[in-house]
Design a protein around this ligand. Structure first.
Ligand SMILES: NC(=O)c1ccc[n+]([C@@H]2O[C@H](COP(=O)([O-])OP(=O)(O)OC[C@H]3O[C@@H](n4cnc5c(N)ncnc54)[C@H](OP(=O)(O)O)[C@@H]3O)[C@@H](O)[C@H]2O)c1
Length: 343
């Protein structure tokens, strides 16, 4: 299969020269877990045909099966490796036997990426992420280990996920002190109900280091599609995964009911103004942020990929007036730091 952008916009991933599609595809809870075999192929084929040439996974997703399925399907579809951007994440490992099976020691980073590449059946990933910070390992060891991975040609860039602004700052200090490569991006949660960290805490990091973001859970796990407004549909993420019990319980409480009220208002706005869905609106809203490099879509069917890509048509229609209307509905804009001049 040859790649064609098919109208997909590309943005640079942070300060790097790597161009990433505004929408990418992720494999958490789906690929290798709820979706296996031919259906994985159909999701990836649909995404690729529609301009999504970036796939995000992690060693821990489905205990390595996500990487294995992605590797298998890419081979079967005959997609050229250079047409793809593959990202994986190291931290949790696939075994919890020895204390070094997880974390960000040089040992686990090096062994972890080697195992990931073997599951993916690839010589390299484009970006390797530290899936979480590890306060038990000296930052110099972490930065040096990711630089070693890059020097070996196992990854072109390294990045962080769910690190605090202070930890990202420390990584940059260490990198600059020793003339090493710093992280280019942060993989963070950003959606209409989760805003403080990506919109406020990271602001100085965007300004100082040009950090990019590969955003996850832009639909809050599906909540922002409106599919949970009237209960928990069978087969949905909230119904399938037992550890979602807490999320489901919270939905019944006042805070959850308030979210559903807002989703109903967003649905009305999406329908009346654009004849579209709240999901497309929620995705376009995240993509609109200049600090978003790519929005990683989660999808359990090819149709969800297509539905979610409707966000692309909507993006240019999100005028300042519409953004204000959304802001009024959400009523959760992070307050600027005291004494900080903001736009
Ligand atoms: N770095 C990290 O710590 C981290 C954490 C989380 C995720 N991620 C990455 O980000 C990716 C996306 O995260 P996410 O899966 O949480 O994203 P999300 O977009 O918030 O949720 C995706 C889920 O919502 C449902 N959905 C999606 N589109 C839909 C549609 N059009 N209609 C109805 N339901 C729809 C599907 O679940 P069902 O059909 O099963 O209901 C789908 O699996 C992951 O795959 C992973 O690569 C990274």
């Amino acid at each position: 299969m040859d790649y064609k952008t098919n109208g997909m916009p590309f943005r640079r991933l942070g300060p790097s020269g790597l161009r990433v599609p505004l929408f990418s595809l992720g494999g958490w809870l789906t690929i290798g877990q709820t979706v296996v075999g031919d259906p994985v192929k159909e999701i990836i084929r649909t995404a690729f045909k529609n301009g999504i040439n970036m796939i995000d996974t992690a060693e821990v997703y489905a205990n390595g099966k996500s990487e294995a399925e992605i590797g298998r399907v890419i081979k079967e579809l005959g997609i050229r490796r250079s047409d793809l951007i593959i990202t994986t994440k190291i931290y949790w490992g696939v075994r919890q036997g020895s204390p070094n099976d997880t974390g960000l020691s040089r040992k686990h980073i090096v062994e972890g990426i080697k195992e990931s590449l073997s599951r993916l059946k690839m010589d390299y990933v484009d970006v390797v992420f530290a899936h979480r910070p590890d306060s038990t390992v000296p930052m110099e060891e972490v930065v040096r280990a990711f630089n070693y991975v890059i020097q070996q040609g196992w990854a072109f860039y390294w990045a962080t996920s769910e690190w605090s602004a202070r930890e990202i700052e420390e990584a940059h200090h260490v990198a600059s002190k020793f003339g090493l490569i710093g992280p280019i991006a942060e993989q963070c949660e950003h959606n209409m109900f989760h805003r403080e960290r990506p919109e406020k805490e990271y602001k100085p990091i965007y300004e100082k280091y040009g950090t990019g973001t590969t955003v996850f859970s832009a639909l809050a796990g599906g909540l922002l599609t409106g599919k949970y407004n009237d209960g928990i549909p069978e087969g949905s993420r909230f119904a399938t995964h037992s550890w979602m019990k807490n999320t489901v319980q919270k939905l019944q409480q006042q805070e959850g009911q308030e979210k559903i009220r807002k989703i109903r208002e967003l649905s009305k706005l999406a329908k009346e103004e654009f004849n579209t869905t709240p999901g497309a609106l929620a995705l376009a809203w995240v993509a609109k942020s200049p600090n978003t490099s790519t929005v990683i879509l989660g999808a359990s069917t090819p149709q969800q990929v297509l539905d979610n890509l409707k966000a692309l048509e909507l993006l240019p229609k999100l005028t300042p007036g519409i953004m204000d209307q959304i802001e009024k509905i959400l009523n959760n804009k992070p307050k600027p730091e005291a004494g900080r001049i903001t736009d």
